[in-house]
Ligand binder design. Structure first.
Ligand SMILES: [Zn+2]
Length: 59
């Protein structure tokens, strides 16, 4: 008794935000997958594709 420690301490969301998507402006939080191209950060593959105007083709 008394030795149990809470491993998931609630933290304000702002403390977890480390980057912002340069395409949609969404928060990119610590531990989240993101894409960086040069100095631009993208929060998702759809933002990456539209931000860089990437089109997926089947040749
Ligand atoms: Zn985005």
């Amino acid at each position: 008794m008394g030795t149990y420690k809470e491993s998931s301490i609630p933290v304000a969301d702002d403390d977890q935000v480390v980057e912002f998507c340069d395409h949609c402006g969404s928060d990119i939080q610590k531990g989240q997958t993101a894409w960086k191209v040069g100095s631009d950060m993208y929060c998702s593959q759809s933002c990456l594709k539209s931000g860089l105007e990437i089109v997926t083709l089947r040749i």
